[in-house]
Structures are given as C-alpha cells and as structure tokens.
Design a binder for this molecule. Structure first.
Ligand SMILES: N[C@@H](CCC(=O)N[C@@H](CS)C(=O)NCC(=O)O)C(=O)O
Length: 218
C-alpha cells in the first residue's frame, strides 16, 4: 500500500505547462495530499534536471515513495486507482471517457503546436487553418458529449476527461477560437473551477516569459 502522504508532483511553469496542469487537477480532485516542485522549463540546464528525474525527460512526474512516474495519463490512472469517481461509474461511459482522454493525450497536434497554452495571453489574431480544424473537431466532440449527458461536464460529474480538456479550453480563451454556445459554456465552467483558478493565480505571478508565445499579437 502506498503512503499517500509522500506524493510529490514535479511540474513545469504554471503559465505554459499544459501537460502538468492535467494531473495536478486530477490530484486536487482526488483530495490526495501532495506537494509540488516547479521546474522552470526552457532555461539553461532545465533538460538535465528533467532527465535526472526520469528517462522521459519531461514533466509532469509523480514521485511516490521515492519512485518516479512520468506522463500525465499514467499519473491520472494512478490517482484513479487510489480513489473512486475519477472515471465514470458506468462501464460504457467509462470506456468512452477513456477514449476521449486518449484522443487528447495523442491528438489535436495542430491545436497544441499552433496555439500553445499561455494562460496570460489574450489575442484574436488569425490562426493557421490546421489549428482551426482541430479546434472545430474538438468543439464537435464536446458538443456531442454534452448533448448526451446532463452537464456541466463531459460525462455529467467531473472526470479525468475534464482535466485533459482544461488546457485546451484555455487555448480557446487565449486565441479567441470559434466555438458553439454549448462549448463556450463548457469552457467557462472549466475556467471558473476553483482548483483551476488556484493554478491560474500561480501562472499570473510567474515572471518567466517565452517571447515566441508571449508576443501581444500573432
Ligand atoms: N506525454 C507526456 C508529454 C509531457 C510533455 O511533453 N511535457 C512538456 C512540458 S508541458 C515537457 O516536459 N517538455 C520538456 C522539453 O520540451 O524538453 C505527458 O502526457 O506527460
């Protein structure tokens, strides 16, 4: 049995590290106690620090009693094994939820690359076509799921899927990406979540700036 008081999550910058935000939200919702260590990304020597943590050379990393587990989805699965309710209870809904989490974990590359998470940013510049296509596909996915459930989340109650789509929701806000009224309500729900707001408050205090993602206009 794990000593749950010994969980430590290594994350990247609050403002930029979308992969870190996901398991951080899952850990908050799990109510498992954990501590956080920030590794400032993209400064000299950061990669060595990441590689000293795990061979993956990325954050997030969860330290559990001295063992280190990389990858946002693996960490989320770890939490879901420790506490109930992070996946839907119903087997069919759970399978569908895992499918859409996998979609986010592996896909929407153009949205991720062309509209990097940057919580401080607000712009309405023209976005590349491929990025708009990913955004449209995501809105279609959200609208389908929201119409099949009672909301406010993709599978009624909050699940790991909502953690995985929260960084994407912030991109719609940062880059003013087109969305339906239903998806707009969902985005607002995710971005007014009290745990998300705690994370965002940290991002607003960070002083590290990546010029290529922080310029005022695209
Ligand atoms: N599949 C990994 C991706 C993790 C990832 O790419 N993290 C970024 C930060 S958001 C990173 O550590 N980048 C390090 C680098 O660019 O060298 C996950 O789900 O955790």
């Amino acid at each position: 049995m794990y000593n749950m008081s010994a969980l430590k999550l290594y994350i990247g910058n609050y403002n930029y590290s979308s992969w870190s935000l996901r398991p951080w939200l899952v850990l908050k919702k799990s109510e498992l106690p954990f501590t956080v260590e920030v590794i400032d990304l993209d400064i000299p020597g950061y990669k060595d620090k990441l590689l000293a943590l795990t061979d993956a050379g990325t954050v997030p990393v969860l330290e559990v009693n001295g063992e280190r587990l990389p990858d946002s989805l693996a960490i989320s699965e770890f939490c879901a094994k420790a506490v109930p309710n992070l996946w839907p209870k119903d087997a069919a809904a759970r399978a569908e939820c895992k499918r859409v989490v996998k979609l986010m974990h592996e896909g929407f590359a153009d949205l991720r690359n062309e509209a990097p998470m940057n919580l401080r940013r607000r712009t309405s510049g023209k976005m590349p076509k491929a990025c708009l296509k990913d955004a449209q596909d995501m809105v279609t996915l959200w609208d389908e799921l929201l119409s099949q459930h009672n909301g406010p989340y993709l599978f009624d109650d909050w699940t790991i899927a909502d953690a995985f789509y929260t960084p994407a929701a912030t991109r719609f806000a940062s880059y003013d990406l087109p969305r339906s009224a239903r998806s707009d309500t969902y985005i607002s729900e995710l971005m007014s979540d009290p745990d998300y707001l705690m994370w965002e408050a940290q991002a607003f205090t960070e002083t590290h700036i990546l010029p290529e993602t922080d310029c005022v206009n695209l």
